[in-house]
Design a protein around this ligand. Structure first.
Ligand code: ZN
Length: 352
């Protein structure tokens, strides 16, 4: 008998991507046997832009649809507001329409209340749309929580492609993180600090290479380039579920992004910060950091502190604090000195 640990993959269910995909919500709900009541979680800006279309599609297949407009960051407070809404009714499906913040809040609330969650991303800026994790922010620090993956992801191309391009270049940065995240994960495994799944690591590497190959098309905003990006971001959910850890998608470059977001809230989108982090950490790993920079430039994503809109000194400080943002073992080890951080940022031309 093979001596093998119990292996379970709990990943995202149905995926519907296409033009006017939100019109397919009634069909999808009947196939998933979702009926009765629905709660739509979104925020005011998204509701005004595209949320009304989602609401009208939901109203045609549910007896009652409640709207929850969240404000601010993905936080315990916002999750408990949604949970409060869900406690009042047993048969309720939860829809989260928006970016990572809305989706992470709705996903975690649905997971905690054991309700089905349907993800309706309106931007392609992060891999939150299909992942079995939610990231919340408390007192300037981010924390990841395991959540049940969505039973369906509905990606309406008319909405996603027409969102400002900045979100797509951030999505590219979030995914390209794997260049260094996979190295960090392997390093932690070799040092006996993490479990490792070679299967998911191999697939993650292949998809990252594919995305880098299409960086130019993504930057030129072609439909093909967009499709490659969106599929990669959705596929990230499967990778994390199969790996059983976010380490397949996030490493030292994410630690840098978390530190930067704490030090300078509002300084760029998460994926843009990750892109910068991937250039920096590639150098530490002895990889070809110019190749990463070149891919980011092709995708028209920021590659310097100035382009991201942060001071050089903030990037350097974030480098020295990054290792403290999670208890992950990465190339950053116990942290790097200010001198080493400055040298790294200068040599990779992230600061000038
Ligand atoms: Zn990320």
């Amino acid at each position: 008998m093979i001596d093998m640990e119990l292996f379970e993959i709990s990943s995202c269910g149905e995926i519907v991507i296409g033009r006017n995909a939100i019109d397919r919500i009634p069909y999808l709900c009947s196939r998933l046997n979702l009926k009765g009541k629905a709660v739509l979680v979104t925020d005011k800006i998204i509701y005004d832009a595209v949320g009304k279309g989602v609401l009208s599609s939901l109203s045609s297949c549910f007896e009652k649809v409640d709207l929850v407009l969240i404000e601010g960051k993905a936080s315990e407070r916002n999750v408990s507001i949604v949970q409060g809404k869900l406690k009042s009714c047993r048969d309720v499906a939860v829809f989260g329409a928006g970016g990572g913040t809305v989706i992470d809040v709705a996903k975690l609330a649905a997971s905690r209340e054991n309700r089905p969650f349907i993800s309706v991303p309106t931007i392609a800026a992060t891999d939150a749309m299909a992942s079995p994790w939610s990231v919340l922010w408390e007192k300037g620090r981010s924390h990841a929580f395991k959540a049940k993956p969505p039973v369906a992801v509905i990606g309406d191309l008319d909405i996603l492609i027409n969102a400002p391009y900045r979100f797509q270049r951030a999505g590219f940065g979030d995914f390209i993180s794997k260049v260094t995240a996979l190295r960090d994960w392997k390093l932690a495994y070799l040092l006996g600090k993490e479990k490792y799944d070679e299967y998911s690591a191999t697939i993650a590497k292949a998809v990252t290479d594919l995305l880098i190959k299409h960086a130019d098309e993504i930057g030129r905003k072609t439909e093909k380039g967009f499709k490659v990006l969106l599929e990669a971001l959705i596929f990230d959910g499967f990778l994390m579920a199969a790996a059983g850890t976010t380490r397949v998608a996030a490493g030292s470059e994410h630690l840098f992004a978390f530190a930067l977001a704490s030090l300078a809230p509002g300084s760029g989108l998460h994926g843009e910060q990750c892109g910068l982090g991937t250039i920096l950490m590639s150098k530490l790993h002895g990889l070809d950091w110019r190749k990463v920079k070149d891919a980011l430039m092709k995708a028209k994503a920021p590659t310097t502190a100035r382009e991201l809109g942060v001071k050089d000194s903030v990037v350097i400080e974030a480098l020295t604090l990054a290792h403290k943002t999670r208890d992950w073992y990465t190339i950053l080890g116990d942290g790097i000195s200010r001198e080493a951080a400055e040298r790294l940022a200068r040599e990779t031309e992230v600061v000038g």
